[in-house]
Design a protein around this ligand. Structure first.
Ligand code: TRP
Length: 446
C-alpha cells in the first residue's frame, strides 16, 4: 500500500471539483439538445424531477460509500460487503466501473479535442492564418489525433499533481470562469434577433410528450451521465471529502449546481440556434428536428459565429473555451478512477499511474479516431446506455441491500450528528432500496 491519501482542503474545493465533474459536455451540449428534441420544457420538467428523485439518491450512495471507505471503488465496495460472495461481486462491479469510465474517457477525449481545435480557429483567423484555420475546423484523422493527445496531456498533467494541487486547484479556477463565460454569452445572445424564438422552443412545454417513454429514457440517461454516476467517479471524489462535512447537504449542492448549469446552458444553446436560423443558417435536419449531434457544435454554431463579423471571433473563442473547460474538469474526474486504484491497490506511484493509464486511454482514443465510423457510436452506446445504468443499479444494491443500515447512519452522522432524525435519513434509505433500482430497471428495459 502506498502514499497517504489526498483530501480536498475545503468545502468549496470539493464542490468545484464535484460540480466540475458533473458539468461537462453532457450539460452544455447534451441537455439543451435533448430538451429541444423532446418537447422543450416538458423535458426540462421531467429532467428536474428525475435528477432530484433518482439521480440525487444515487449520487449520495456513491458519496457515502466513498467517504466511509476512504478508498477507490474496488476497495470501497469490498469494504462494505460482509461475505466472500458479496466481496467477489464488489470487485467485479468496481472493475467494471473502472473499465467503463476509461472507455467513456476515450470517446470524451475525442470530442474534447474537437473543442480545443475549434478554440484555436478564431485565434488563427485573427492572425490571418486562414489555411491553419480551415485545417483546424476540417474533420480529419490527423487533426483529431493531435487534439486527442493534447487534451489527454492536459488531463494527465492535472491528475499527476494530485487531489489538492491538481484536481481541487484547477477546478476552483476553472469552474467560476465557466459560469462567468456562460452568463456573458447568454446575455450577449439575448440581444440578437431570433433569440426569443429559441427561448420559446426551450421553455414552452409540449405536454403531449410528457408521457412518452422515450422522453423518460432520455431524461434519465441524461441525468445519470450528467451527474457522472455509476462508474465510481463520485465515489472516488467522495473518498476525498473531510469527515466533518455534512454529506446530504454537500451532495444536494452538487446536484443543484449540475442541474442549474444545464438549465442555464439551454438558455444559451437554443436561443443561439434560432439566432443562427434568423441569419440564414440551417438548423433543422432532414427529418425536421433540430440538429443535435456533432453538427450542432461543429457546424451550426460556428456558422452562426461567422455571421457575426469580428465580434464573432471573440464569441467563438469564449464559447469553445467554455466547452474546453467543461470537458477538462470532467475528464480529470474520469481519469482519477483508474489512477486511484493503481496508486492504492497496486502500489504504483501517482505520476507513473497517471501517465500509464493516460497513455493506455489515449491509445484507445486513437484507435477509435482511426476507425471512427463503426466504433465511436458503439463505444458511446455500450458505455452510457448499457454499462452505466447497470452499474448505477449495482451501486444502489450495494449501498441498500449489502451494506448494514447502521454503517450508513454512522457515516452520515460524522458530519451531521442529528442525521438519524433528519428528513434525508427518513426518505433516502427507502429510496435507494426500492425506488432507484426499480426505476433504473424499468427505464433500462424500455
Ligand atoms: N458528467 C460529465 C458530463 O456531463 C461527464 C462525466 C464525468 C461522466 N465523469 C463521468 C459521465 C463518469 C459518466 C461517468 O459531461
Amino acid at each position: 500500500m502506498a502514499a497517504p491519501r489526498g483530501e480536498f482542503s475545503s468545502r468549496f474545493g470539493f464542490l468545484m471539483a464535484a460540480a466540475g465533474s458533473a458539468v461537462g459536455l453532457g450539460n452544455i451540449w447534451g441537455f439543451p439538445t435533448n430538451a429541444a428534441s423532446n418537447g422543450g420544457a416538458a423535458f426540462l420538467f421531467t429532467y428536474l424531477i428525475l435528477a432530484f428523485a433518482l439521480a440525487y439518491p444515487a449520487l449520495m450512495a456513491e458519496l457515502i460509500i466513498g467517504r466511509h471507505a476512504r478508498a477507490n471503488a474496488v476497495t470501497a465496495l469490498k469494504s462494505i460487503s460482509p461475505g466472500p460472495r458479496s466481496k467477489m461481486a464488489a470487485v467485479a462491479v468496481g472493475f467494471a466501473g473502472i473499465i467503463t469510465v476509461s472507455f467513456i474517457l476515450s470517446f470524451y477525449a475525442i470530442v474534447s479535442g474537437w473543442m480545443i481545435a475549434f478554440f484555436f480557429d478564431p485565434l488563427a483567423r485573427l492572425l490571418g492564418l486562414d489555411g491553419v484555420a480551415s485545417w483546424l475546423t476540417t474533420d480529419a484523422v490527423l487533426r483529431n489525433s493531435i487534439f486527442v493527445v493534447v487534451f489527454m496531456v492536459m488531463t494527465v498533467t492535472i491528475i499527476n499533481a494530485g487531489v489538492k494541487d491538481g484536481i481541487e486547484k484547477w477546478a476552483s479556477r476553472l469552474m467560476p470562469s465557466l459560469i462567468l463565460i456562460l452568463v456573458l454569452l447568454i446575455l450577449y445572445v439575448f440581444t440578437l434577433p431570433g433569440a426569443m424564438d429559441g427561448l420559446r422552443a426551450y421553455l414552452v412545454p409540449d405536454f403531449s410528450r410528457i408521457a412518452d417513454p422515450l422522453l423518460l429514457v432520455d431524461a434519465m440517461g441524461q441525468a445519470f451521465f450528467s451527474l457522472s454516476l455509476g462508474v465510481g467517479t463520485m465515489l472516488v471524489y467522495g473518498s476525498y471529502i473531510s469527515k466533518k462535512e455534512n454529506l446530504p447537504v454537500i451532495g444536494s449542492l452538487v446536484a443543484l449546481l449540475d442541474v442549474g448549469i444545464a438549465v442555464l446552458a439551454g438558455l444559451l444553446i437554443l436561443p443561439a440556434m434560432y439566432v443562427a436560423l434568423a441569419s440564414g443558417v440551417e438548423i433543422f435536419d432532414a427529418q425536421g428536428g433540430l440538429i443535435a449531434g456533432p453538427g450542432l457544435i461543429v457546424s451550426v454554431l460556428p456558422a452562426l459565429f461567422n455571421t457575426m463579423g469580428s465580434v464573432g471571433l471573440l464569441v467563438a473563442l469564449a464559447f469553445f473555451l467554455l466547452m474546453t473547460i467543461a470537458s477538462l474538469t470532467s475528464s480529470i474526474s474520469m481519469l482519477e478512477v483508474p489512477v486511484a486504484y493503481g496508486v492504492e491497490n497496486l502500489g504504483v506511484e501517482r505520476s507513473r499511474a497517471s501517465i500509464t493509464v493516460g497513455a493506455v486511454i489515449t491509445a484507445i482514443s486513437l484507435l477509435i479516431v482511426f476507425n471512427f465510423d463503426p466504433w465511436f457510436d458503439r463505444v458511446v452506446t455500450t458505455t452510457t446506455e448499457i454499462s452505466q445504468p447497470l452499474l448505477g443499479f449495482a451501486f444502489c444494491i450495494f449501498v441498500a441491500w449489502v451494506w448494514q443500515r447502521n454503517g450508513i447512519l454512522e457515516e452520515i452522522k460524522q458530519g451531521d450528528p442529528d442525521a438519524e432524525s433528519s428528513l434525508f435519513f427518513k426518505i433516502w434509505p427507502f429510496y435507494v432500496k426500492f425506488v432507484c433500482p426499480l426505476a433504473i430497471l424499468v427505464v433500462y428495459f424500455q
